[in-house]
Design a protein around this ligand. Sequence first.
Ligand SMILES: C[S@@+](CC[C@H](N)C(=O)[O-])C[C@H]1O[C@@H](n2cnc3c(N)ncnc32)[C@H](O)[C@@H]1O
Length: 344
Amino acid sequence: MHKLRSFSVAKLAKVLSRVSPRLKSTGGRPSAPLGSRILTNPDDIFKHNMWDHVQWTELDKENARQKAEENSCVQIPLKEQGAKSHATNTCLHDQLAAYPLSTRSSTETRPHHRNTDTSNQETCQGAALEKNEAHIQTTTFPGQHASFRILEVGCGVGNSMFPIVNCIKGTDAFLYCCDFSPCAIQLVKDHPEYDDSVCHAFVHDICEEVASFPFPPQSLDVILAVFVLSSIHPDRLQGVVNRLSTYLKHGGTFLFRDYGRHDFSQLRFKKGRCLSENFYTRGDGTCVYFFTKEEVHDLFSNAGLEEIQNLEDRRLQVNRGKKVVMHRVWMQSKYRKTYPPSPS
Ligand SMILES: C[S@@+](CC[C@H](N)C(=O)[O-])C[C@H]1O[C@@H](n2cnc3c(N)ncnc32)[C@H](O)[C@@H]1O
């Protein structure tokens, strides 16, 4: 029988770093990895569209802080936030759908606490692992026979997923992708490159606490979230990451890319668009949060994951025609689910 090549996180990272046609379709967010085009001579600024590893001066930081303070000094009253957000959750052609803002739930805000009784913890984890292995072997689910499983949440129309699909053919990997927009999922399924022997797309709202996934807990090697967690209300985010993390195998990786604090797109919001600190609503009803490194770190470590990488990708984006320069800030992070301590 034909032997399948083995897939890995490193191979996935390589695929993602090549996903570059998204530059236009995603409102100017680059998907290329951190590059090496460094602006050393300010006179060269209009020679390229993008410069990497840009250091902010104290003045840049102060200007950004002031702009964010100005555009968030008026916040949309809570009762209007609900009405606004429920109004728009329709079909999407351009990636986006709105997320209903709702009140905090007790499970979502509760951080992931470690059990302090370690002997009990080890026994429970060992038993849970065995039970889970048995469960994976006895239940039937798409991708069951793969040994490397990836989930992309908020996949939209598949900008990241199709390059992954093409790369995992002939390997031992399987890709799941979900979005809460049925329209996005339909577009993904109708795509000529959709291939249900290597992927499975389904409608799923990651904020939904009771909705189940089409695979068992602890069955995923990678979870990928690209510009999706920013659209979720900050009060719900911890619950979302906690829940998603339960589907990672021990040693599995959470890959995250999203907007960073004081990115150009935050600073250009007009007054009256702010919902709460660093959280805004766009004209199309979708929402966006702008993360700091510390917030990202707390989010993933509270879910029991350990940092592999957590960086701010600061670039200068240049519109050479209009001679406009924009400071862009994106977060790029990798967190891993730790192995349970081995029984002594
Ligand atoms: C900005 S788009 C990014 C799409 C894709 N990840 C990309 O980078 O091209 C955000 C996507 O997340 C989806 N989304 C937002 N909130 C979601 C939720 N609670 N559950 C599932 N999908 C969600 C939206 O429908 C949209 O397709």
